[in-house]
Design a protein around this ligand. Structure first.
Ligand code: EPZ
Length: 420
């Protein structure tokens, strides 16, 4: 397995191109199943998760053509409605093919995704939404077996709490359902708006996305479209935080401030200046150290859980104490003991971590169990004294495109050590 060797202590200066959003691209790719006309996506990040979903779509009969960040998906004929365990187990977002298959083919058999390192992550809200639209769902040997012989019908679906995946799933199913669907307490995340924009480009009738009530009027079929994936807001926040840990000034090309919600206020309060400029954002840490800031993760526009680990990494060397409360996932502090190996002072009590800033971390061998936690360790390493060896780089390859290349161009000393 590959590792990253990082020698910290060098400030970052330069340009970082922000890639297309992983968590948007994966849903747009699933949406291609809704139409028998080609969906041409651009700005698709080159990531292991995208490769994995492509493999699944190909297994369902989708013809795929890829050229750099351009990806054309042609679902003219769906040859299978089975999403097998092996392909769903490795990546939860694969589960989102269930709704589109059901909407278009009126049947699907999709493996349950199971738990993952950051929490149990059930899919009950996804299934209840599809049932409300008339699907008959059975669970058998780890698979969801769903059918809707007469197609799906519009429904009024009130989510008991906000779920990004369930909102996206219900929206994709609703666009081809008969009649009107109303989603109440829908997620507000920018990825929802990106998906709605793409579906509208394909001819879907959707209103209210970006707000808590989404109204969909079903149509009988969708067209193809050309659509550019929005910039990745988590990658944006992560590189701004990298500048916070290492110091310096980076231009995040293609990034948008409006996509990062409450993170803007938290980063600025910590001493990371964010300025919108000519098609991007300048992120800089003018002072010697950041300062401790308390954050609570929340659905958008709150502070994103996907930036929590990276923010904690910066807080480890900030002046003063900060508390970090994680409210979205029940087990998302696994980076804390790894940061402690580098000299961080963190005490975790349930869903709250208290971080007492120290002047400097020291490099150490570390390992992370999920994507964003791994990025937190990279950020900590960039500001630390000496060498950090980050193990299990495959997590990073799932979600951060050309990570080393982007950081090296800004002066970081970072090298991939090939594993056997
Ligand atoms: C998406 O996951 C993202 N993944 C996650 O990013 C992100 O952390 C999360 O949204 C929150 O912003 C993708 O888009 C592929 P949820 P999702 O449904 O949709 C519970 C990353 O690192 N829940 O909003 O799965 C759930 O367990 C990943 O890129 C149910 O109980 O998140 C969680 O506690 C990690 N039942 C909460 O809701 C359900 O049916 C919010 O989850 C669905 C969710």
């Amino acid at each position: 397995m590959d590792k990253l060797a990082i020698i910290g202590g060098r400030p970052l200066y330069g340009d970082i191109e922000i890639s297309g959003a992983k968590n948007s691209a994966l849903k747009l790719m699933a949406a291609a199943l809704l139409s028998d006309k080609p969906l041409a996506l651009s700005n698709v990040p080159r990531l292991a998760d995208v490769d994995m979903l492509l493999r699944l779509l190909e297994a369902l009969g989708v013809e795929t053509k890829r050229n750099g960040t351009d990806l054309t998906l042609d679902a003219r004929t769906i040859t299978s409605t089975l999403a097998p365990y092996d392909l769903v187990r490795k990546m939860r977002a694969s589960f989102n093919v269930l709704g589109p298959l059901l909407a278009r083919e009126h049947q699907a058999k999709v493996s349950l995704p199971g738990g993952c390192a950051i929490g149990a992550r059930p899919v009950d809200l996804h299934l209840k939404s599809l049932e409300a639209m008339g699907a008959v769902i059975e669970l058998d040997e780890g698979y969801v077996i769903a059918s809707a012989p007469r197609g799906l019908s519009g429904a009024r679906i009130a989510f008991p709490f906000v779920s990004v995946g369930a909102t996206e799933h219900a929206m994709m199913a609703g666009v081809l359902a008969k009649g009107d669907t109303v989603l109440i307490n829908a997620a507000l995340e920018p990825e929802i708006v990106d998906l709605a924009d793409c579906l509208r480009a394909m001819g879907a009738k959707i209103e209210g996305d970006g707000g808590p009530e989404i109204r969909i009027t079903g149509v009988s079929s969708l067209n193809g479209a050309d659509y550019a994936v929005m910039p990745d807001r988590i990658e944006t926040g992560a590189y701004a935080l990298a500048a916070g840990a290492a110091g310096g000034e980076v231009f995040l090309r293609g990034a948008r401030l409006d996509l990062i919600g409450a993170a803007v206020g938290a980063l600025e309060a910590a001493g990371i200046q964010l300025t919108a400029r000519d098609g991007g954002i300048v992120a800089a840490r003018p002072a010697e150290r950041c300062v401790g800031v308390d954050i609570v993760t929340d659905p958008f526009p709150g502070f994103p859980t996907d930036l929590q680990a990276q923010f904690m990494a910066v807080m480890t060397t900030a002046q003063g104490v900060s508390t970090i409360r994680e409210t979205i996932f029940e087990n998302r502090f696994m980076h804390a003991p790894e940061l402690a190996r580098m000299g961080a002072k963190i005490s975790v009590n349930g869903q709250v971590a208290m971080v007492t800033g120290v002047p400097r971390l020291k490099g150490a061998p570390v390992m992370a169990t999920d994507l964003r936690a791994s990025m937190g360790l990279v950020i900590a390493a960039l500001g630390a004294e000496g060498q950090t060896m980050v193990n299990r780089v495959y997590h990073l390859d799932r979600g951060f495109e050309r990570l080393e290349e982007k950081l090296v161009r800004c002066g970081a000393l970072i090298e991939r050590v090939k594993g056997e």
